[in-house]
Design a protein around this ligand. Structure first.
Ligand code: M6R
Length: 606
């Protein structure tokens, strides 16, 4: 994870580096640092904690220089500390790094034998000393190449050199890196979002690429050290999403935007006049698909579980779901009649990208469902289905989850229609239902906004909590528990309600909050029976249902009665109270809502 920035300019750069680092904080926020070149010397400043701390440091003691690199860290090797914060500099070079150097222990040992003294516990410092060492015998390009060849693992790098004091160098293998073209200055950044306030002209580095930036020129080299040209992209304007507006934090803004996400997505994919879904150019004819494999991590994985239920209901295609970090290391029998679908908000998640790469190496067809259309996963997939959620800044994924589920649902009904496994009326009814979904989401947000803060209080004092659901509500229970854990640091478990008596029921004791997801679907009665089992053992039940029957609410501590919709669309509405519940518990505990501890938005390391 970690975020890196580099600027080669003719003006002072520190302020713009700080500004861009703030935008990259979603990638890591345990320490921050900056290095600039002043009078042919490297000047480094770093501190623990947020970019605000670094800004205060620079306020007291400003960094000069028209060439600089900056970093926000998410610790992999070594605790968050000033010494472990990036940049890592020698007298000759200064390096910022995103990724993991897997052979750093061995490299470090060799460098120590040569007399290099390491100050940090990081894997990055080996890059600093390798470069320093190679520069003694080689010119710039060869020293960079020799260094990169010596590294195993993943990296995006920003490098300053004392001897070459008019350039910033960038290099990428496995971790993302963008280059921006500005007026009389050029930029490096972990993503285009960090560069957006400075330029909308961007190029993405591919694996193995190296770039050399001056204030008026950018040169690119590929992994064979050949000079190459790269395509310049123009970014679109999406200011409304990257501004908090009147909201206290991005998470509440993003929860409130979910009806807009749904509306945009439906508009992009559904042709209401023709009552059809605009999805063409599948990499495999859907009629020939033998199996669909859905792969993701965290919240994205939960959207894959939801989709399994939809695909199985709507098609005869066997469906497999997989967590990317497991998929990438298993022995997989690849089949070119299977469609491998990757779900990711950022499109940069290291495990998901590696799983996709494995598929590509095995010559099978891939589809990605992503939010960031310029991301590595999107660029490497055969078929890309954007979720159109706009930038999601809060580390806890909310509107992206709604978008991912929606695109997966749309994909399922379209494939079913092409394979003639759904009849015309049913297909058209589902398209009609999709039109109504954004308003239902809006109503649910409004209703739950007022009702969840009081429920949140019960969770603060409890030892833990449970989230239970059956069928399509099972993945939503998992998602509710993940949201609560991630935001409030309280233990929570999500389970299929029917699984309770096989172990988890032992956890139920007087006062334990248990959230029961019980839409009026085919599982309703069974879920309510499971709820009674919880009540009988003293659990404090929070029932979320769309059923009116008052009797089911007896002995229930709180009932949230959400809008009624078709059974298969209930996950969209069931998700909202759980997001808001997690939000309010975290707010009561004064947790950092947008940046939960130990986490980062874009998980670009294994
Ligand atoms: O960017 P991705 O969707 O690939 O990220 C996957 C997970 O890291 C992510 O969903 C994570 O679980 C969220 N922080 C959960 O809110």
């Amino acid at each position: 994870m970690c975020g890196i920035i580099g600027i080669a300019s003719s003006k002072l750069v520190a302020q713009n580096i700080i500004h861009s680092l703030k935008k990259l904080e979603y990638r890591g926020y345990d320490s921050a640092g900056i290095a600039t070149i002043v009078d042919n010397e490297i000047h480094e400043k770093k501190c623990t904690g947020r970019v605000d701390n670094l800004e205060k440091l620079l306020f007291k003691n400003p960094s000069k220089g028209s060439l600089g690199i900056g970093h926000v860290r998410w610790a992999t090797h070594g605790i968050p500390s000033q010494l472990n914060a990036h940049p890592h500099s020698s007298d000759e070079v200064s390096v910022v790094h995103n990724g993991i150097i897997e052979n750093s222990t061995l490299l470090k040992k060799n460098l120590e034998e040569k007399g290099y003294k390491f100050k940090s516990q990081t894997d990055t410092e080996v890059i600093t000393f390798l470069l320093t060492d190679f520069l003694k015998s080689y010119d710039l390009v060869d020293a960079i190449n020799k260094t990169l060849k010596a590294l195993n693992g993943s990296f995006a790098l920003g490098i300053l050199f004392k001897k070459y004091s008019n350039i910033v160098v960038g290099a990428r293998r496995g971790s993302p890196l963008a280059v921006g073209y500005g007026p009389e200055e050029n930029y490096l950044g972990s993503d285009s979002y960090a560069l957006k306030s400075m330029t909308n002209k961007i190029t993405y580095l591919d694996d193995g690429d190296v770039c050399i930036l001056t204030n008026n020129k950018i040169e690119f080299y590929n992994s064979e050290n050949k000079k190459i040209n790269k395509k310049i992209l123009t970014l679109s304007e999406d200011k409304q999403f990257t501004d908090k507006g009147d909201y206290k934090d991005f998470m509440s803004k993003e929860i409130n935007e979910q009806n807009i996400t749904a509306k945009t997505c439906v508009k992009e994919y559904v042709d209401q006049l023709r009552k059809d879904i605009n999805l063409y150019n599948f990499p495999i004819n859907p009629k020939d698909i033998e199996k669909i494999v859905l792969i993701g991590c965290g919240t994205a994985y939960h959207s894959c579980i939801t989709a399994k239920y939809w695909f199985e209901e709507l098609t005869n295609i066997p469906i497999e779901i997989d967590i990317a970090s497991e998929f990438r290391y298993r022995k997989i029998n690849f089949n070119n009649k299977n469609l491998y679908v990757f779900v990711s908000q950022s499109g940069e998640t290291a495990d998901t990208y590696a799983a996709l790469d494995l598929c590509k190496k095995n010559n099978v067809k891939t589809c990605s469902i992503i939010n960031v259309v310029e991301s590595s996963i999107a660029r490497s997939s055969d078929f890309v289905l954007p979720i159109h959620a706009g930038p999601e800044i809060g580390v806890a994924s909310t509107k992206a989850f709604i978008g991912q589920m929606l695109v997966l649902f749309i994909l399922a009904i379209k494939i079913s229609e092409i394979r003639k496994e759904i009849n015309k009326t049913d297909y058209e009814n589902k398209i009609d239902d999709l039109q109504k979904l954004p308003d239902l989401i809006k109503d649910t947000i409004n209703y739950c906004q007022d009702n969840t803060p009081i429920i949140a209080k019960d969770f603060i004092k409890a030892k833990g909590s449970m989230f239970l659901g059956r069928g399509l509500s099972f993945p939503i229970a998992l998602e509710g528990a993940l949201k609560l854990k991630e935001l409030s640091y309280l233990h929570a478990e999500g389970y299929p309600a029917g699984e309770m008596k096989h172990g988890p029921l032992a956890l139920i004791e007087e006062g334990l909050p248990v959230v029961i997801l019980a839409p009026k679907d085919r599982y309703f009665e069974k879920t309510i029976s499971n709820m009674q089992e919880v009540i009988a053992r003293g659990g404090k039940v929070i029932l979320i249902t769309d059923e009116d029957n008052k009797i089911i609410s007896e002995n229930v501590r709180f009932t949230l009665k959400i809008a009624k919709t078709n059974e298969y669309l209930s996950p969209f509405l069931m998700t909202i109270p759980l997001q808001l519940l997690a939000y309010h518990v975290a707010a009561l505990k004064n947790c950092d809502i947008d940046k939960p501890r130990n986490l980062a938005k874009s998980v670009t390391v294994e």
